[in-house]
Design a protein around this ligand. Structure first.
Ligand SMILES: [Mg+2]
Length: 207
């Protein structure tokens, strides 16, 4: 019997593709106002940037320190203020009586603005933004803190997310059951306790 659910935000509660064009236009517009920045690495990395954390992409594409710093400075202040909708199957999670926690990685202001626009703030007992600009803490650290604070055993929890390398991996390291939400079947070989293309399946698992 599970006592609590821990959810990821991006591509777990809503599709990033629904905000990416507007958000990245805003980002690239601001960045392009910086005349002294060599943006060739940026142009090559555009697609990746819509999918992965800025820091990781900056490392992989060899962003200059100027580009990296300017990008972080802009992202630190960016918010998303347009209407947003959760995935159509999110309401299955919302109606569960279990305690729910949101643990998401990203820039603090931006992640909070998305939570606000989605209208999901009150669905969660606690919301944690893992922001590399603010702290060296990882999702694994936050999971551990929640277990300590609420006396959860690993078996009390289910972590729900779309990324085998992020929340799913952290949960597995702590022996917490995982639900890989993979509607596009992008990770057929990923290690996970459960998997599914609908969040409705989570209700079956938690019985
Ligand atoms: Mg995600």
């Amino acid at each position: 019997m599970k006592r609590a659910l821990i959810l990821d935000l991006d591509n777990t509660i809503y599709p990033v593709s629904s905000v990416a064009p507007y958000l990245f236009n805003k980002f690239f517009l601001l960045l392009n106002q910086e005349a002294d920045i060599d943006s060739s690495a940026l142009t090559r990395s555009k697609d990746e940037l819509t999918r992965r954390p800025f820091h990781d992409v900056a490392d992989e594409f060899g962003f200059s320190p100027e580009l990296r710093n300017k990008g972080i400075e802009i992202l630190n202040h960016l918010t998303y203020d347009e209407p947003m909708m959760p995935f159509s199957d999110y309401h299955h999670i919302r109606k569960s009586d279990l305690d729910k926690f949101l643990v998401t990685t990203g820039f603090t202001k931006l992640q909070y603005s998305k939570v606000r626009q989605l209208g999901i703030e009150n669905d969660f007992k606690e919301i944690h933004i893992v922001d590399p600009e603010v702290s060296a803490k990882t999702k694994l650290d936050i999971f551990k803190e929640l277990m300590d604070k609420y006396n959860y055993r690993a078996s009390d929890l289910l972590v729900i997310g779309d990324d085998p390398q992020s929340e799913i991996r952290a949960a597995i390291a702590l022996c917490i059951d995982t639900f890989l939400y993979d509607p596009g079947n992008k990770y057929p070989g990923a290690t996970t306790t459960y998997r599914g293309d609908s969040l409705e399946k989570v209700l079956v698992i938690i019985g």
